[in-house]
Design a protein around this ligand. Structure first.
Ligand SMILES: N[C@@H](CCC(=O)N[C@@H](CS)C(=O)NCC(=O)O)C(=O)O
Length: 206
């Protein structure tokens, strides 16, 4: 059985949604704690020396990290959740790389400014710059994507799930709805899917 190491509200949320969509059974291990103090279970560091989630341990014991790779791997086994026509597939791969490389990666800095910058004031300023960077990423996606009604057309893909998850993080859903109305509508629609609604409720509370 697959084993997912995650934490509530983290990048593991989209992997859980995808596993459920694919009807793949899995065990879940809560591997990170953010409050009251940040800590990891030792097993997580053994599996992923960076100590990050999500980590998926496959049936043969091999380890997968990297949310986008895990999602693409699961999409290969789930008919209908990744576009197959060549033009849409090119855009699908483009944005399936943009989300982790340009959006998600910012959180490695924004979530832990003390790892990178000395002093409270400098950390605050650093965090604000990274929030602005996230706004720029969303504005870029809004200008390049034309949801109809899902991000890549009439059917929902794993890219919709991925965007719906990162839309729950900074700069925040209210900002996205106000400044990126097309993507705001697409992620709102995606969240109406019963699997997404259930998984988000468990992860984000709503
Ligand atoms: N490149 C990784 C990033 C994973 C990541 O940053 N995970 C966060 C939680 S959402 C984490 O584990 N942060 C803890 C840390 O970096 O120490 C992916 O796409 O899966």
């Amino acid at each position: 059985m697959l084993k997912l190491y995650g934490c509530k509200g983290c990048g593991s949320a989209v992997v859980e949604a995808m596993l459920r969509m694919a009807q793949v059974p899995y065990d879940y291990v809560e591997a990170l704690q953010w409050q009251p103090a940040f800590k990891r279970i030792p097993e997580l560091e053994r599996l992923n020396p960076l100590g990050q989630v999500p980590v998926l341990v496959l049936d043969d014991g091999s380890v997968m990290t990297e949310s986008s790779a895990i999602l693409l791997w699961l999409a290969e086994k789930t008919p209908g959740l990744a576009p197959t026509d060549p033009a849409t597939r090119a855009q699908f791969l483009r944005w399936m790389s943009f989300v982790p490389a340009s959006v998600y990666s910012v959180f490695a800095f924004r979530d832990f400014p003390e790892r990178w910058v000395e002093g409270e004031e400098a950390q605050k300023a650093f965090r604000e710059k990274l929030t602005q960077r996230l706004r720029d990423m969303w504005t870029t996606m809004e200008s390049q994507l034309h949801p109809a009604p899902y991000v890549l057309g009439s059917s929902m893909s794993v890219l919709d799930l991925y965007l719906a998850m990162v839309s729950r993080w900074s700069p925040g859903r209210q900002w996205i709805l106000a400044h990126c109305p097309k993507l705001g509508a697409a992620v709102t629609l995606t969240e109406q899917h019963p699997v997404v609604a259930r998984t988000w409720k468990e992860n984000f509370g709503t």
